[in-house]
Design a protein around this ligand. Structure first.
Ligand SMILES: [Zn+2]
Length: 334
């Protein structure tokens, strides 16, 4: 017998925790001139066709956000992740239910974006999950002693306060980021999670350096459990993140003229989700936090998405192949 409860205080706490968790899973950004340290906590990257820098529709009257994003991104609803396969795994021309249409493909074709590129042509972006790391200095010599997690206090649904590492979605192109990750793990154990990565941005280029392997901090070790705990408590899922940005709700919310998201527009007060276009810091409530994705549908797609996130070569080579034919002059997603 399930233990249903009608305790509204508990409901409120859980609701807040769930909102808080969602809002904490943001895309990693690095500004020009900055140096960051990341620990990839997912051994692989899911590559997707993504429509970037897409002008949004006029702000609907139903939306009471103080600011409306001028541009937004979306996972293409014709990405091959949504195509059906035959028993041998070959892609078919049919799509999963509710996919295969793409408003941006159909309505933005021929329109040139700010990089002179047809807006309907998607770019290939690889998505991973990482913990933000910081340098620990020797208090006397001020020399780096090692790296530690950047953390925050999180209130669990049960009301406990736990300290968790900050997790971010890493959305980067092969040429900017994942290619370097691949190059640094071309020998066994082919593990991108067993070391920290130093990333320096200079203008639009990222320099990615692998630091020394850390045998006591990698998947399977006791120390790694804190990442597993954070992933679980925060519901940090690259697949969910991509599904939401591919959802019809997301397209209705920002692009499809004359249609509204069934879940409405909600509060929206986050400023990190507007497509970066030089207006950083202005604050745009663009988080599609209220988009409801059907759970059965999501579970079905999670499998096909996960199949595309094979570690190392198979996965990254696929990005490489796709990027080879893509326009690399487009600015990276930061
Ligand atoms: Zn599309």
């Amino acid at each position: 017998m399930p233990n249903f409860n009608d305790d509204l205080d508990d409901f409120e706490t859980r609701d807040e925790a769930s909102k808080a968790a969602f809002s904490r899973l943001k895309e990693w950004r690095i500004a020009d001139g900055e140096t960051h340290y990341l620990r990839l906590v997912r051994n692989g990257a899911i590559n997707m066709d993504v429509h970037q820098y897409i002008p949004t529709k006029e702000k609907p009257a139903e939306c009471n956000w103080p600011k409306w994003p001028e541009q937004m991104w979306a996972v293409c609803r014709r990405d091959k992740a949504f195509r059906l396969t035959d028993e041998a795994g070959n892609l078919l021309d049919e799509y999963e239910p509710d996919f295969g249409d793409c408003y941006i493909h159909d309505h933005y074709a021929g329109i040139k974006g700010k990089f002179g590129k047809d807006l309907s042509v998607p770019a290939v972006v690889g998505y991973g999950l990482a913990a933000i790391r910081k340098v620990v200095l020797d208090p006397v010599t001020r020399k780096p002693m090692g790296l530690a997690d950047d953390t925050f206090e999180f209130r669990t649904p049960a009301g406990d306060i736990v300290t968790l590492p900050k997790l971010v979605i890493v959305a980067q192109k092969y040429s900017q980021f994942w290619g370097a990750i691949k190059a640094a793990q071309f020998l066994p154990p082919y593990n991108m999670c067993d070391k920290d990565w130093k990333i320096v941005r200079k203008e639009n280029d990222l320099k990615v350096t692998a630091l020394n392997p850390t045998p006591d901090l990698q998947p399977g070790t006791a120390n790694w459990k804190r990442y597993e705990q954070a992933i679980e408590l925060l519901g940090a899922s690259v697949e969910d993140y991509l599904m939401e940005s591919a959802s019809r709700e997301h397209y209705r919310k920002f692009f499809i003229v004359g249609e509204l998201p069934e879940g409405g527009y909600g509060g929206g007060s986050d400023d990190d989700d507007e497509e970066k276009d030089g207006k950083k810091g202005k604050g745009a409530p663009a988080k599609p936090a209220t988009a409801e994705v059907d759970q059965d549908q999501m579970n079905a797609f999670r499998e096909s998405l996960t199949n595309r996130a094979k570690p190392a070569d198979a996965d990254v080579a696929a990005v490489e192949a796709e990027v080879a034919g893509a326009d690399s002059s487009v600015s990276p997603v930061f």
